[in-house]
Design a protein around this ligand. Sequence first.
Ligand code: NI
Length: 254
Amino acid sequence: MIFDTHAHYDDDAFDEDRERLLSDMTNHGIETIVNIGASLQSCQQTMALLNSYDFIYGAIGVHPSDTDELTEEGMAWLQEQLSHPKVLAVGEIGLDYHYDDTDKDVQKKWFRAQIEMARDAKLPMVIHSRDAMADTMEIMKECKAEEVGGVIHCFSYGAQTAKTYVDMGFYIGVGGVLTFQNGKKLKQVVAELPLEAIVLETDAPYLSPEPNRGKRNSSLNLPYVVAEIAKIKDISEQEVIEITNQNARKLYRM
Ligand code: NI
């Protein structure tokens, strides 16, 4: 069955039908979902979700674009959540230079602090990196991120960078972008990497794959991503589902 390594079911986009949608997931072949925190509030909501649904787990951390709100108190609260047995990772954390509404030095400070937190807790990390390839790699090396590993979510760089991350003990998160007309770079990454390095993710409610691009995304759309990986690698969809599920379990140490 399918393992969705990255979703945001706390998002307002699911307020109207969250319970109906989630309670039906396993009937549609979705076995496990990791809900990913992005702000302190979404981390609180993530804790509520993982306490309400057997098949939902969580990652706790603050997204680079939300680091303005972080304080030492906030960090202490995050750290406390990490001892919950269903919190599997620290994330999503990283750098995002696409929008310039959050100061780069603020982003870097809390990226470093959250890598430290992951290393102290011996938990893998979920990395968000957009238009910030060099700085992300530099900080991850400086802070010895490879000691705990994790996943580079919504991977948007080239195959060479992907291979470097795989060598550092990171998985590569692949989602809806793979099905886009302009997804050539990611197709190349998937073609060049072994399937053992790839995990499935939605980033729901964002990044819905074709043919549902632009609509609200959910884990129910992952079969479109599976089909695209199977096509690129010339293997069966079942193999893609099974191997990426095993990869996700290794990533999150389940
Ligand atoms: Ni995300």
